[in-house]
Design a protein around this ligand. Structure first.
Ligand SMILES: C[S@@+](CC[C@H](N)C(=O)[O-])C[C@H]1O[C@@H](n2cnc3c(N)ncnc32)[C@H](O)[C@@H]1O
Length: 407
């Protein structure tokens, strides 16, 4: 894979369509792209909520008007990644899966097996970055007999990790550490293979920078929460990223995370209800104020839904210190909220086409940074997206042995 060429192609495609994927159907009643593609917009606005629910995981099957299919095939071509998940058996002993929910165990198992299969170098010491209880590091250290260091900020998780590592006879240190603190970076050593399963934005970007600075032997990273960064705009890591046409805000970085593949039925139902009521509030406030603009609606606890839709909307009006005339017909307003939700969800299918390409752009920025720092980089998927939509894996191995200081 020519990383720079892939990055350049993605950068120009995403920049060309930025007004399409930046449009926010939840916030804007008319989207900038609708004028150019009126048939597509009209068709999507006619579809039901159930349609959007089914379609969003299978955009390839959607028989939508132009240019949906063209954009889909362009997105597919630009996002293609080696599929490593088929190449490994799921045959690790059950004892290793203790204290892990089933889905987490499958992710850990696949990550560990794929990493073992793809690595060219021989690990001598594993370091698990933002380790939680250290499940991933423990599996690899148990398999290969190497020592393990786990860095985790939550002392309780560390304590549980100690007990689990002892019970399996793994030579592990579970250290309480804030990986954003330079004191933790001193724990990185040239002989380490560093692992990070689902470390959030700033946490994994810091890992890559510090792994390079400390000349670590290898990094195996599956990134998540790209938008959890310390700055309001994305600061690319690679030279290509810094020279790119795309300039990303923190809101942009949230796009790849919008996928809800793995949410359960109950949480989807509650999420839909809350969204439909927010949209009903939005219609009410625009009409009652006579101002056609969106007002942000802060998140509310699940219990807010049990007090009924009028109370939910009044609460949002209070939040904005608005004294609005009450709607004459609350059930009719609620109905319109649900209708808006169906339109929003179907219009969001267009945005959905860009989620993976944007995620791959971010992954390539990380990969190019490691390549420029003298690492050999491989990219692929370690598990099916049904297990976790964050299924990308970056493997970076230092090209040559580090220089040892002369005595
Ligand atoms: C999504 S979890 C992933 C845990 C583990 N890698 C796994 O897959 O099971 C992220 C972990 O990062 C830890 N964390 C968050 N901020 C941290 C920080 N500044 N330093 C170290 N760990 C941190 C959290 O406590 C949490 O355990």
């Amino acid at each position: 894979m020519d990383l720079a060429a892939r990055f350049a192609a993605l950068d120009s495609w995403l920049a060309q369509h930025a007004s399409v994927w930046r449009a926010r159907p939840f916030v804007e009643h008319r989207l900038p792209w609708e004028q150019g593609w009126p048939q597509l917009a009209h068709w999507l606005r006619q579809q039901s909520l159930a349609h959007a629910e089914q379609a969003h995981t299978r955009l390839d099957l959607l028989d939508a008007p132009d240019p949906f299919a063209r954009l889909h095939s362009e997105a597919q071509a630009l996002s293609r990644m080696p599929d490593w998940r088929a190449s490994v058996p799921d045959n690790l002993p059950e004892a290793l899966s203790r204290h892990m929910p089933g889905r987490k165990w499958q992710q850990v198992q696949r990550f560990a097996q794929v990493t073992q299969a793809q690595l060219q170098s021989s690990p001598v010491h594993w370091l698990d970055w933002c380790a939680g209880k250290g499940h991933l590091g423990r599996v690899l250290a148990w398999q290969g007999g190497q020592p393990l260091t786990c860095l985790e900020i939550d002392p309780l998780l560390g304590e549980q990790g100690v007990a689990l590592s002892q019970s399996l006879g793994v030579d592990a240190r579970h250290l309480q550490a804030d990986v954003l603190d330079p004191a933790a970076w001193a724990l990185l050593q040239p002989d380490q293979h560093v692992l990070a399963l689902h470390a959030c934005g700033q946490l994994h970007m810091t890992l890559l920078q510090q792994a390079v600075a400390h000349d670590c032997a290898a990094v195996a990273l599956s990134p998540c929460c790209y938008n959890r960064i310390a700055t309001s705009n994305y600061q690319p890591l690679s030279a290509e990223g810094r020279a790119a046409r795309l300039q990303l805000s923190r809101v942009d970085l949230g796009l790849p995370l919008q996928s809800t593949h793995t949410a359960g039925q109950r949480s989807r139902r509650l999420r839909d209800q809350s969204m439909a009521w927010r949209l009903a509030f939005d219609l009410w406030q625009r009409e009652a104020r006579g101002v056609d603009s969106y007002l942000p609606t802060p998140s509310r606890p699940e219990s807010a839904l049990s007090r009924g839709m009028p109370a939910f909307c009044r609460d949002l009006a209070n939040y904005h210190q608005l004294h609005l005339p009450e709607p004459t017909d609350w059930p009719a307003l609620e109905q319109r909220g649900w209708q808006r939700l169906a339109e929003v969800r179907n219009l969001e299918l267009v945005q959905g086409l860009f989620q993976r390409p944007l995620e791959i752009w971010l992954l390539l920025d990380r990969a190019l940074f490691m390549q420029q720092a003298g690492y050999q980089v491989q990219l692929g998927t370690f598990c099916p997206s049904a297990l976790t939509p964050r299924n990308l894996l970056l493997l970076a191995e230092r090209n040559s042995a580090p220089l040892t200081p002369s005595l």
